[in-house]
Design a protein around this ligand. Structure first.
Ligand SMILES: Cc1cc2nc3c(=O)[nH]c(=O)nc-3n(C[C@H](O)[C@H](O)[C@H](O)COP(=O)(O)OP(=O)(O)OC[C@H]3O[C@@H](n4cnc5c(N)ncnc54)[C@H](O)[C@@H]3O)c2cc1C
Length: 561
């Protein structure tokens, strides 16, 4: 059965960015519909995010202010940031946090001032927080606001494509996964807030719904995406149990005498950074761990061993909560035995290219949060992503609503909807031999082997070729059931296609960038090259093919120096 749902603004994704966009669009008196793949308020990365919201109030360190925040963000991003977007982030993060307080999320205080903590990469103490699950609290309050505004919500609804007419977006198609109904969301503007793509790698801190759909959909609709090669790895994630694989744990350097060993019992960080050893930067730590694993010196579950046997008792007591949490998750008590850890994909800095109004290069199509690129440059500072969801979510909602309210009726050739409906339902009859979940693993395996933390031209070319061969296998997938209700494999097929597209974007962008910058490390080009490469990679689909080019970074506010 096909249903058509009309709105002024369609928001896709119910993380921090999507929720904030829906609220702001409603405030502009637009009719708003919000669609989400998972359960409203419980899916996406925001629901898992821990403590940090960066806002330069200067309450703990009075010297802090938005210009220092901007400087830290640009230096942390190795100057690849869109500096106007970074400026907006730094300027507006405090006000958007006050909005959250207005909605009912009360941040930690010391007296009447916010209690701000220090995070790596920030000059001053800038992190505001609610507690260990700041993201969950933020979502709960946003959810309340959304309900108050009467936004119509579609949960467990998977968006399958964006529809455009004359280079303008006119809505999106979807499947209601509970009933298997085909839906067409007709809208004058669309906000993409579908998060990142952590799930395209085998080990990630991201939840299972974060499969890069927002990037793939935007790409297929013809939007430009920038810096897709910039994938942030967190050095220490769990290697087991399988269900918890990739979850973040504390780093050895955060604890006095916390150490890392390979399978041979070597404390390999002594070689990699003799001075700082485990207290080195996250990118160096990730690269060193990855090297040990790739060289076959990893631990049985494909990690290295984090050992606390030399950690002083006092320190163990200080870290009791985190050590207990790890024990509850894994059964390993760091006070008694080492824990296997491995780098885990955490964040995508690249994404849909947007301007200051969150408008993409397609008319009527807006993007915010991790779905959009440019704010963080080549590396994201801890605490900047939650702030980004609020700052750019609000902007996307506001400008998408204004755009929609100024537009007259939209028209779309019904044939286009028919075609997508036929394609989506046709998938139920696939009779190949490989399951979508196995196919996803193949994509992940290629990325982990060739497009992970240490990259080189030879491996990237191999990845490109293997991903291209994999594309031929798409027709050979099979679904074990043709049921339309809660058919997980059906959704997985659609995600698998998206993952393949995003994997290709990451690989080809990484191949193009012949230098090392931020999260992107090429062993064949180990230096940062500001002369040749102070440039964004820009990916766009033209005549059905991926077109990649370079575009100079505009140093509008801070010069390299
Ligand atoms: C474990 C963890 C801890 C973190 N801690 C912090 C922190 O302390 N501070 C910080 O600044 N950042 C942190 N981050 C990063 C930050 O949480 C994310 O970057 C941010 O929350 C992303 O928000 P978002 O709204 O853009 O996307 P998300 O919150 O990921 O939401 C994406 C939404 O899109 C939906 N969606 C996806 N595909 C489809 C589809 N096809 N159809 C319909 N809906 C779809 C999803 O279901 C979801 O609702 C953390 C991330 C993780 C994973």
């Amino acid at each position: 059965m096909r249903t058509i749902i009309e709105s002024d603004v369609l928001v896709i994704g119910s993380g921090g960015a999507g929720c904030r966009a829906a609220i702001e669009a409603s405030r502009q008196n637009a009719k708003v519909v919000l669609v989400t793949k998972g359960l409203f308020g419980r899916c996406g990365a925001t629901s898992m995010s821990t403590t940090s919201y960066n806002a330069a109030f200067g309450h703990t360190d009075p010297e802090d202010n938005p210009l220092v925040h901007l400087q830290d963000t640009v230096v942390g991003g190795s100057f690849l940031n869109d500096q106007e977007l970074a400026y907006i982030l730094a300027q507006e993060a405090p006000q958007r946090m006050m909005d959250l307080e207005g909605f009912g999320a009360i941040f930690m205080r010391k007296g009447s001032k916010f209690f701000q903590i220090h995070n790596p990469g920030s000059t001053y103490s800038r992190v505001c927080y609610l507690d260990e699950i700041t993201g969950r609290h933020i979502l709960t309050t946003l959810r309340g606001e959304i309900i108050r505004y009467g936004v119509k919500i579609f949960q467990e609804t998977l968006i399958t494509s964006l529809l455009t007419e004359n280079q303008r977006v006119v809505g999106a198609t979807a499947v209601d996964m509970r009933r298997g109904d085909f839906l067409f969301f007709k809208a004058k503007s669309v906000v993409l807030a579908m998060g990142g793509a952590g799930q395209i790698y085998p080990t990630t801190s991201n939840p299972s719904d974060i499969t890069g759909d927002g990037y793939a959909l935007a790409f297929r609709a013809g939007a430009q995406l920038i810096d897709m090669e910039m994938v942030q790895f967190f050095p220490c994630g769990l290697t087991r149990p399988e269900l918890r694989k990739g979850l973040l744990v504390l780093e050895p350097g955060e604890v006095e005498e916390g150490r890392l060993y390979n399978r041979l019992g070597e404390r390999f960080m002594e070689k990699c950074d003799p001075e700082k050893v485990e207290k080195t930067t996250r990118d160096k730590l990730s690269r060193a761990i990855y090297t040990e694993i790739a060289a076959g010196r990893g631990s049985p579950d494909g990690g290295v061993l984090m050992d606390f046997s030399c950690v002083p008792q006092q320190e163990l007591i200080k870290r009791k909560d985190e050590i207990d949490r790890i024990r509850d998750l894994t059964g390993v008590d760091l006070r008694k035995e080492p824990l296997e850890v491995a780098p885990t994909v955490h964040h995508f800095m690249g994404g849909v290219k947007i301007n200051e109004e969150c408008q993409s290069t397609i008319r009527g199509l807006f993007a915010a949060g991790e779905n959009a690129g440019g704010v963080h440059g080549a590396n994201r500072l801890s605490g900047n992503a939650l702030a980004e969801t609020q700052v750019f979510g609000a902007r996307a909602g506001k400008y998408a609503a204004r755009y929609a309210l100024e537009r007259s009726e939209i028209r779309l050739e019904p044939l286009r909807i028919d075609e997508e409906e036929k394609r989506v339902f046709g998938l139920l009859n696939l009779k190949g031999s490989v399951s979508p979940s196995r196919f996803k693993d193949k994509v992940r395996d290629i990325l982990w082997r060739y497009v992970a933390i240490i990259r080189n031209g030879k491996d990237l070319k191999r990845a490109k070729s293997e991903l291209s061969s994999l594309r031929e296998e798409l027709g050979g997938l099979k679904l074990s059931s043709s049921s339309k209700c809660y058919n997980q494999e059906w959704a997985e097929y659609i995600e698998a296609e998206n993952m393949l597209d995003v994997a290709t974007l990451v690989t080809e962008s990484a191949l193009l960038r012949e230098e090392s910058r931020g999260a992107h490390f090429r062993e064949d080009y180990p230096e940062r090259d500001d002369e040749g490469w102070l440039k964004h990679t820009v990916a766009q689909r033209c005549n059905g093919k991926l077109n990649l080019r370079r575009e100079p970074v505009k140093l509008t506010r801070i010069k390299v120096g």
